[in-house]
Design a protein around this ligand. Sequence first.
Ligand SMILES: Cc1cc2nc3c(=O)[nH]c(=O)nc-3n(C[C@H](O)[C@H](O)[C@H](O)COP(=O)(O)OP(=O)(O)OC[C@H]3O[C@@H](n4cnc5c(N)ncnc54)[C@H](O)[C@@H]3O)c2cc1C
Length: 461
Amino acid sequence: MSEFVGSYWQKGDEGFEDAAVGRVFNGRRPKAAERRPEAVLYAESDEDLKQAVRLAKANGWSLAMRSGGHSWAAWSVQNGTMLIDLSRLQDATYDEATGIASARPAIKGGEVLDPFLESHGRYFNGGHCPTVAIGGFLLQGGQGYCARGMGWAAEYVVAVDVLTAEGEIVRCDATQNQDLYWAARGAGPSFPGIVTRFHLQTQPRYKAPHESVQIFELDDFKAVMHWIYEVHNHLAPTVELVVVSACPLDENGKPGKRMLIVDALALVDSKEEAEAALAPMRTNPLLHKALVNVDCGVTSMAERKRQQVEANPEGMRYFVDNIWVEGETQNIVDGIAPLFTDLPEPRGFTIWFSMGPVRELPDMAFSMQSPGYVATYLVSEDESRDGENRAWLNAAMAGAQSVTVGQYLGDSDMTNRQVKFMADDNFARLQKIIADRDPENRFVRYLAKDSSTVNKNHWQI
Ligand SMILES: Cc1cc2nc3c(=O)[nH]c(=O)nc-3n(C[C@H](O)[C@H](O)[C@H](O)COP(=O)(O)OP(=O)(O)OC[C@H]3O[C@@H](n4cnc5c(N)ncnc54)[C@H](O)[C@@H]3O)c2cc1C
């Protein structure tokens, strides 16, 4: 019955289950009784996508999209939908004259796009984990390497090609279909269309990445964080600064003792530039307590990607949550401390990611950020740990509410906890664009516990 070039399944067909959830990164997938699409299409052409819009309309289904499958909450898997998996569309081009790369949404930012651009001497600040696809990543903002200085990856999207509810593919940029261009940079999983291609402004590639790494006992968390909040606003824009609580793996791949790792990465062109950019890291008054102190050592993106894959193994059961924190340093440090010191899973980790000093954003849907981002990733193989991990993470996030101003869609799960992720005016404007562009709900909306309170902090309702 299918007129698709790609592969098509309906509920009950052999292979349907794997087609529906097999590409979901998080091993903690929604159960069949909870959430499944009515049909799944692995599209192989733009014509397939247009045909999918027609078929969905005929059947009264909404469309849910999947690019890389890395949504922690498996947003692509929803009831009453046709799931469009874009993984078989993989082409990318680069235009020397403009420095603009055009790429399909399911292309993996670090694993595929980055080496492609490197071969042209160019750079695009895609996600930290190399297997994240640019589709979901860019739509929600895109926290790439050095976001504090280089900005959100979505700021480098110069145009998108979008398949609309009317079944047409249209170019959206600063001069045409501006509403969709605005929405594509921040709407995340409520974008009213299928992005079929992103057009990205690339940058000259840094030539000499360096890092300063300081490792401390966990007991030093509060003192280290007080200094971090002093220093991070004074670092060069070329520096990414993170503080991570993790148990480094031993030679057998087993997590060792939990430590506090301060990691400053400078994406620069020379050793001299790196020395200057990382010099403030030497002002840490706790350096005498550091267990490890790498001062302006050479690093590479290949090593960074390896570390990311090691820290985020595919198929494990993840509970993830995140917060933008703001306030008095003392209150922030006290509020977030348990997220760093009390993690119940040896493979779990929490990061504090500097966005300070906060840069002004261009006019786009993405509009929520603060000087400090905190995200916790509980990682386990054991399903029987789910209940405890969920309860611990909810309680620890609740403990930080007094300093929480919102959260980032990328590490969110609104089926568990609803937190503000967009400025109120932007959210209202987005709802108007959605209503205008998709009056029949052809595309899914935010997957939330309570759709009437999306974009509100649950404790303030
Ligand atoms: C291991 C790991 C590391 C991560 N690291 C980072 C990081 O460094 N920085 C960061 O910002 N985020 C990070 N994330 C979060 C990640 O960026 C988001 O989960 C993102 O949504 C994943 O994109 P995807 O295309 O792979 O996921 P998918 O699950 O395929 O897509 C997520 C949702 O985006 C929408 N979508 C995707 N493609 C399209 C399209 N073409 N048209 C319309 N809608 C579409 C759909 O609603 C879809 O359900 C990480 C996630 C994981 C699992």
